[in-house]
Design a protein around this ligand. Sequence first.
Ligand SMILES: *Cc1c(COP(=O)(O)O)cnc(C)c1O
Length: 359
Amino acid sequence: MSRVYNFSAGPAALPLEVLETIRNDIPDWQGTGMSVMEVSHRSKDFVSVAERAEANFRDLLGIPDSYSVLFTQGGATLQMSMAPMNLAGADDTVDYVITGSWGKKAAGEARKFCNVNIAADAADENFTYIPDESSWQRGDDAAYLHITPNETIAGVEFHFVPAGDTPIVADMSSTILSRPIDVNRYGVIYAGAQKNIGPAGITVVVVRNDLLDRAPLNIPHLMTWRSYAESGSMTNTPPTFAWYVADLVFQYLVDLGGLAAMADVNSRKARKLYEAIDGSGFYSNPVREDCRSWMNVPFVLADASLDSRFLEESAQAGLANLKGHRSVGGMRASIYNAVPEEAVDALIEFMNEFERVNG
Ligand SMILES: *Cc1c(COP(=O)(O)O)cnc(C)c1O
C-alpha cells in the first residue's frame, strides 16, 4: 500500500484509521453478515450509528439542547437555498457579508427568495481580507446575517464572530471541527461533509430550535429543516454510508481529545506553513495576516511559469492535489483535520528544496 499526503480542497483526506475500519467492516458489519450499505436506515443497528454520530458531534462542538442537529443531502449548496426558504418571507430582507466565491453564491441563491442586502463585499480586493465590522452596512430589520467563516478558495477566515442579536447563518463547510466554537453565537451552522467530516453526500445543519418555526408551509417537505428535526433526519432514506463514515470520524476526533486538541495541531500546521511562505522570497500569500485560513492556504510562485514543474515534482514527491483553484491560480494546500502535521512538514521541506533549485 502506498498513501500520499493529500492536500485536496474537497472531497478531501480522511484519517487512515477510519479508512481501515471501513475496510474491515464492509463484508460483515458488526456481526450482521451484511455491510452497513445493505441494512435499513430504520434498523436498530443503523439507528444506533445515527444516534452516536449526533451525540459525538454535539459533544465535540458543545451544542446545547436548544439546537437541533440535522443530517441532510444536497451539500452546502442546497443549504444556500434552504436558509432563505426556511428563515425569510418574500418581503423580508437578509444581510450577506461576501468574503469569497461561496458567500457570493449564497447571496445569489437568497435573491430568488427574498431581498438581499450586501452588508459588505471584499471583491474589491480579490477576497484577500474581511472588511472591518464597523464598515458593514447592515439592515435594521434583517431576518438573518449570512457569513462564510472560511472561504475555501481564497483562504480567508473570520477569527471573530459578528456582533448583534440578528441570527447568524454560517457556512462552515471548510472550517467546522477545526477548533472549538461557541455555537450559542450562531442561529444556523451548515457544512457539507467532504472537507472536514467525511465523504461527499451528507451535510450537517445545526439550527437553533426557535428558528425552525419560521418556515412557511408551502416549501417542499425535503427542504424544510423542521421535517428533519422531527424525524431524526430520516425524512426519506438518508445517505447511510456517508453518515456511517461521519460517525467514525467524529469518534476518531473524540478519541484524539476533541476540538481543543485539533485546534492545537491545526494552528501549528497553519503557522508553520505561513511562516515558510512569508519567510521566502519565492512564495507568497496575498491574504491579510489577521484573516488567514487555518484550513486552506493558497500561495503563488514568484515565477508562474514554474507552476507546472512545481505540481509535477510535488506529485512525484508524494504531495498530491496542490493545484490552486482556477479563479486564483498558483497553489493551494488544504490542511484539514485529516492532514497530519508530517504532511505539512514534508510540504515545507519540498518547497524549500524547490526554491533552492529554481529560485
Ligand atoms: C465546498 C464548499 C461548498 C460547496 O459544498 P457542496 O457540498 O459541494 O454543495 C460551499 N461552501 C463552502 C465554504 C465550501 O467550502
